[in-house]
Design a protein around this ligand. Structure first.
Ligand code: 13P
Length: 348
């Protein structure tokens, strides 16, 4: 930690700020299509599609050619490494396809998680690369009784990555929903973890205005016997974030974390409707909650492509409204809207 360091040049600051702000423009958020080969394979199994490279290309092509209206609510797409090099049937590279729609392509920088030696269930990520924006994924733990001390300290080291990359970046912290902890405990863990994340980013002199935060919403554990309303979830989330996330951060884009599509949308909407201190746009960066209906409608069959694309447009619209606090529960239906998407010990 030093007090002798340089801020990025004004031109770099402006560029970073501009891209980060475009991603959280009003009513817009991110489509997280960065499932690793293994993870997308688990989703393909459910719809009876084979997990081969051509099917993965066809599926992502379906997403990225849905319609130009997709850009009304989707500002960016996170790609998996393999997808970065894929082309559509006409030979256009996927990143170009997205840029032509006015959507910013980004990349997940890690190459998967590794177990942290000497911890109970904690993992952290490895690897890096860059594009228009990049995502820095941090450690996580399935344990709610033991704060993730080791993972938190690793974050001090990982924060250096954002420091050296001249791209708008995302601090990404996952708190898994496994367990029976209640909402209050979830809020305490979120506050502890987020405070450590921003201490680490400060130690590395990260230009916060060029960053977004991608966190879990504060929700009780999957097996908690007590159920909470979207308003209670919103209160816990906004309170935790207002205590720990600096106002300089350009935006917060939540992951869906195993909530059903409708649940994730309703909770995001409640967060935006909640009357609290919220100096940043609060939007989405959903994977499962934007794709469950799409996958179900597609079923790996070419004749279903249009129907699947429609599902994506509907979910994007619903979440765009939720990012503005203007979604009405149940007003936009989906083929899998109510289905739980929780995966035990999910590996992102
Ligand atoms: P989920 O919305 O499925 O939790 O995943 C989003 C994500 O983080 C992928 O990058």
């Amino acid at each position: 930690m030093t007090t002798h360091f340089n801020y990025p040049t004004p031109a770099v600051q402006e560029e970073l700020r501009k891209i980060a702000a475009a991603i959280v423009a009003p009513g817009k958020g991110i489509l997280a299509a960065d499932e690793s080969t293994g993870t997308i394979g688990q989703r393909f199994v459910k719809i009876g599609a084979e997990n081969n490279e051509e099917n993965r290309r066809l599926y992502r092509q379906l997403l990225f050619t849905a319609d130009k209206a997709l850009a009304d609510n989707i500002s960016g797409v996170i790609l998996f490494h393999e997808t970065l090099y894929h082309k559509d049937d006409n030979g256009t590279p996927f990143p170009k396809l997205l840029q032509d729609l006015g959507i910013i392509p980004g990349i997940k920088v890690d190459t998967g998680t590794v177990k942290l030696f000497g911890t109970e269930d904690e993992v952290t990520t490895q690897g890096s690369s860059t594009l228009n924006f990049l995502m820095w994924k941090n450690a996580r733990s399935g344990s709610w009784d033991r704060p993730m001390t080791t993972g938190i300290h690793i974050s001090l080291i990982r924060a250096g990555l954002l420091d050296i990359c001249g791209t708008p970046s995302w601090a990404y912290h996952i708190i898994l929903p496994d367990g029976d902890h209640d909402l209050e405990q979830a809020q305490k863990v979120a506050e502890t973890v987020l405070a450590a994340v921003y201490k680490a980013l400060n130690d590395h002199h990260v230009f916060l205005e060029g960053t977004l935060l991608k966190p879990s919403m504060v929700t009780a554990g999957q097996s908690c016997p007590k159920k909470y309303t979207p308003q209670e979830i919103a209160a816990a989330t906004v309170t935790a974030f207002s205590r720990t996330v600096p106002a300089a951060v350009t935006g917060i884009t939540f992951l869906s974390g195993g909530q059903s599509e409708e649940e994730a949308t309703v909770n995001l909407d409640a967060i935006n409707k909640f009357n609290g201190k919220k100096p940043w746009p609060l939007s989405f960066s959903f994977g499962r909650a934007l794709q469950a209906s799409v996958l179900k409608a597609w079923g790996g069959k070419p004749q279903n492509i249009k129907a699947a694309q429609n599902e994506l447009l509907k979910r994007a619209k619903a979440n765009g409204l939720a990012a503005l606090g203007k979604y009405e529960q149940g007003s936009i239906t989906g083929k899998a809207a109510g289905e739980g998407l929780f995966v035990k010990n999910h590996a992102y």
